[in-house]
Design a protein around this ligand. Structure first.
Ligand SMILES: Cc1cc2nc3c(=O)[nH]c(=O)nc-3n(C[C@H](O)[C@H](O)[C@H](O)COP(=O)(O)O)c2cc1C
Length: 382
């Protein structure tokens, strides 16, 4: 039995007497989440030169105080050119560590497991900060004159037809980016994070390698399934080398392209098995956005079936994400074994105290140790 399977077995065993619910703890390695509610990573477009600041401390700290079991810091660029826009968070230099450490410590002090997502935007990089786009018809690309840069990709094919053509990475450049992911993981550890997520979704660099909709290479990084997954597999191996075996490592996938001829959930299950054998603990099942112009059937819980399929087919813990807003909906996902944790983004923006409100709606306790670390009588006021 691999280390990961052991860890998953432990996580399941600890709650075997009664099936886990939204407020059951989740143990992976030496980390225990007080409940199964996580803050999904969300770009804040509020950094300068990649640095975290007081905005991030308050934004993320509020969600830790709000009772979430896990708070994941937004996509943090492993290279400056791997940020989506110039105001994105970065983790590409050692100087970034200090403020990240302050944030991680604060979150942990209030009982949330501090997580961070490491990312490379690939061909979707060099866009304008959405706050600064005048209207939705305005061009999103940031030109060099406006402080932009040439994005990089598996193939010289733009995300949007007619958009800026990305530089096709050479093999030597691929290896450099893989090492940048490894260095970022090392910095995340130094900053005190206890949960690391590799961003392999939403059409960003790693996703654009494994999806046949964005990778047209003819070398060992393109073509067959084995070749297209090589980038994410090699990157994960390097990250796992420096990220301790007893700390959770998650990978976010676009678990389906939802497009004929694209990446499928069965491909994701196949990849998840490979990643599990490399020591990945959990697959965060998002989907889509690898190519501009595709349309998706959004709706409540629309991506949950992906988490369920990957969990069952690959025998690995999963996170469900996407339009999860209601306490009973979230609780059912866990109770019915569709995922091991739910991640909420926009609903936790609207209501940082969603975990309290969900606990009240379900007549549950907020989770182990929550009362020990959160201010006394706090819950009555919320
Ligand atoms: C403002 C905002 C920023 C986001 N930034 C990220 C990000 O940094 N990394 C990521 O993987 N997903 C990002 N997402 C996607 C969310 O993590 C989540 O998958 C998506 O919003 C669906 O969840 P929801 O329906 O609960 O909002 C972002 C979403 C929003 C709304």
């Amino acid at each position: 039995m691999s280390n990961t399977v052991n860890k998953l077995a432990e996580a399941t065993e600890s709650t075997q007497d009664s099936p886990p619910n939204l407020f059951s703890p989740l143990t992976i390695g030496k980390v225990t989440l007080r409940n199964r509610i996580g803050v999904s990573p969300m770009c804040q477009y509020a950094s300068v030169d990649g640095f975290a600041n007081d905005w991030h401390l308050v934004h993320l700290g509020s969600r830790a105080i709000g009772g979430a079991g896990l708070v994941i810091v937004e996509a943090s660029g492993v290279e400056a050119r791997g940020r989506i826009c110039p105001d994105d968070m970065g983790i590409y230099k050692d100087e970034h560590i200090d403020m990240l450490r302050k944030i991680a410590e604060f979150m942990e002090q209030y009982g949330a497991v501090p997580g961070i997502q490491i990312a490379h935007a690939g061909r979707k990089a060099s866009t304008k900060n959405p706050w600064k786009i005048g209207n939705r018809h305005e061009k999103q690309e940031l030109s060099d004159a406006e402080g932009g840069w040439q994005p990089v990709a598996p193939s010289a094919v733009p995300f949007t037809p007619g958009g800026r053509v990305p530089h096709e990475l050479t093999i030597a450049e691929i290896k450099e980016i893989q090492l940048a992911f490894q260095s970022a993981a090392r910095r995340a550890l130094q900053a005190g994070f206890k949960w690391l997520e590799i961003h392999g979704a939403h059409g960003y660099l790693l996703n654009s390698f494994y999806s046949p909709l964005a990778n047209f290479r003819t070398d060992e990084y393109g073509g067959s399934f084995e070749n297209r997954i090589r980038m994410i597999v090699e990157t994960t191996k390097l990250v796992r080398e420096v990220w301790p075996a007893d700390l959770p490592l998650a990978v976010r996938l676009s678990a389906s392209d939802w497009v004929e001829g694209g990446w499928t959930v069965d491909d994701s299950a196949k990849l998840a098995k490979i990643l599990k054998d490399l020591g990945v603990d959990l697959i965060d099942c998002s989907s889509a956005y690898v190519r501009a112009g595709d349309h998706y059937a959004y709706g409540p819980g629309w991506q949950v079936p992906l988490a369920e399929t990957v969990r069952k087919e690959a025998g690995i813990a999963t996170a469900a994400v996407g339009m999860i807003t209601d306490a009973k909906q979230a609780d059912d996902i866990i109770r019915q074994g569709k995922a091991d944790i739910v991640l909420l983004a926009r609903e936790l923006m609207r209501d940082p105290y969603w975990p309290y409100h969900a606990a009240r709606a379900l007549e549950a306790d907020l989770g182990i140790n929550a009362k020990k670390v959160l201010p006394p009588n706090y819950s009555y006021a919320i």
